[in-house]
Design a protein around this ligand. Structure first.
Ligand SMILES: *Cc1c(COP(=O)(O)O)cnc(C)c1O
Length: 381
């Protein structure tokens, strides 16, 4: 199957052999009857190890990322934890973005570090900074692109080179871009991480995570740890993500269309002092983004001229944009990273400007989104 949209709808999802059901059933079962001791039907034994609904999702997301093996987890953090415990050992070192997703930063700095792993936070948009941060014991270079909430861009192909020269693994958290906009494995990354809670699920109705790799040996090691640790996606959650993936392409196109219109309108607004969006010519990562992404995504951040209080007011006054954390659903969300998603980063290397507002631009009628931002900005300043 060649086309992305075709894979999204069919990969891992042949009609059910017994009934012809077009959608993979939700296999709500913990165990599977065996035909004599060890006689497994289709390899299924116990649902922590494998469940057919989860298998369908794992095959679909692997196909979308052009990887060889996909694995689905109970959350993005569960996927990250399983990955780090698979590839790290005490004494190892990790390079992470200095504007990493807060949960990733917390996992590495507060949990993984206690097991004897050290880390260095650097701006991953700067290839030289990453090269300089790498040590002989560096096992993983962890990248997000675009980053959250500053929407910085990392050059995946260049970082793959630097990382592989050092004998380390390049991990790309592809949650913001999704496989529709960017396929890190094809650019040289070793592992793709997803919070499927966001665009992959796409409807703000499920928490989930996934890993995709190209190397089958690493895939087997991850599958061993997925089963050994047990933070798997349940069958209903796997089914919801699988359903979301079917419309990923058309949703992303509309997210991008609407985000571009929002950026254009904010650019003309006197109360907006700066817009962070990789689609803008003025964005420092624009050329790299143009090379490695199909379009520039649905996330937009901007700074409000009136400072922190005005930025908070914009969030409070928005009506069509729902005030809330998370991102990537069909509905538009607005938030103040400094006091919400990134509050725990205050005083750390991950601190964000206090006049920053982050939008997850949804797929509603764009005129309603523009009018809402206009009224919120007008009243706030
Ligand atoms: C949300 C998110 C995660 C964590 O995923 P959960 O599903 O919330 O556990 C990781 N990375 C990024 C970029 C995210 O946005």
């Amino acid at each position: 199957m060649e086309g992305f949209e075709t894979r999204a709808i069919h990969a891992g999802q042949a009609p059910d052999p017994t009934t012809g059901a077009v959608m993979p059933p939700i296999y709500a079962t913990s165990t599977f009857a065996q035909d004599g001791v060890g006689g497994l039907r289709g390899g299924y034994e116990y649902s922590r190890s494998a469940n057919p609904t989860r298998t369908a999702l794992e095959e679909c997301i692997a196909a979308l990322e052009e990887g060889r093996r996909g694995l689905a987890f109970a959350s993005g953090m569960a996927a990250e934890d399983t990955l780090l415990r698979t590839v790290l050992k005490p004494g190892d070192h990790v390079v992470i973005p200095n504007d990493a997703y807060g949960g990733t930063y917390r996992l590495i700095s507060k949990v993984v570090e206690r097991w004897g792993v050290s880390w260095t936070a650097v701006p991953v948009s700067d290839v030289d900074a990453v090269r300089q941060a790498i040590r002989p014991e560096t096992a993983v270079v962890w990248v997000e692109t675009p980053t959250n909430p500053l929407l910085n861009i990392a050059d995946i192909a260049a970082l793959a080179q630097v990382t592989h020269d050092a004998g380390a693994l390049l991990v790309v958290d592809n949650t913001f871009a999704t496989p529709y906009l960017q396929q890190p494995l094809t650019l040289g990354a070793d592992v793709v991480v997803h919070s499927t809670t966001k665009y992959c699920g796409g409807h703000s109705d499920v928490v989930g995570g996934a890993l995709v790799v190209g190397d089958p040996t690493l895939g087997d090691q991850l599958a061993f740890h997925q089963n050994a640790i047990g933070a798997v996606a349940g069958p209903f959650d796997a089914w919801l993500v699988l359903r979301g993936l079917k419309t990923l392409a058309i949703r992303m196109e509309r997210h991008c269309d609407n985000a571009e219109r929002v950026v254009e309108a904010l650019g003309r607004h006197p109360q907006v002092s700066e817009i962070l969006y990789p689609g803008l010519d003025s964005h420092p990562g624009h050329d790299v983004a143009r090379r490695q992404m199909r379009r520039f995504g649905g996330m937009v951040s901007f700074r409000v001229a009136g400072g922190e209080n005005a930025a908070v007011e914009v969030c409070n006054r928005a009506q069509v944009f729902t005030l809330g954390e998370s991102l990537g659903g069909v509905e538009s969300l607005i938030e103040h990273p400094g006091r919400m998603t990134h509050a725990s980063a205050a005083g750390s290397v991950l601190e964000v400007p206090n006049d920053l507002v982050r939008l997850s631009v949804g797929i509603e009628s764009v005129d309603d989104l523009l009018a809402d931002l206009d009224q919120a900005l007008k009243h706030a300043t």
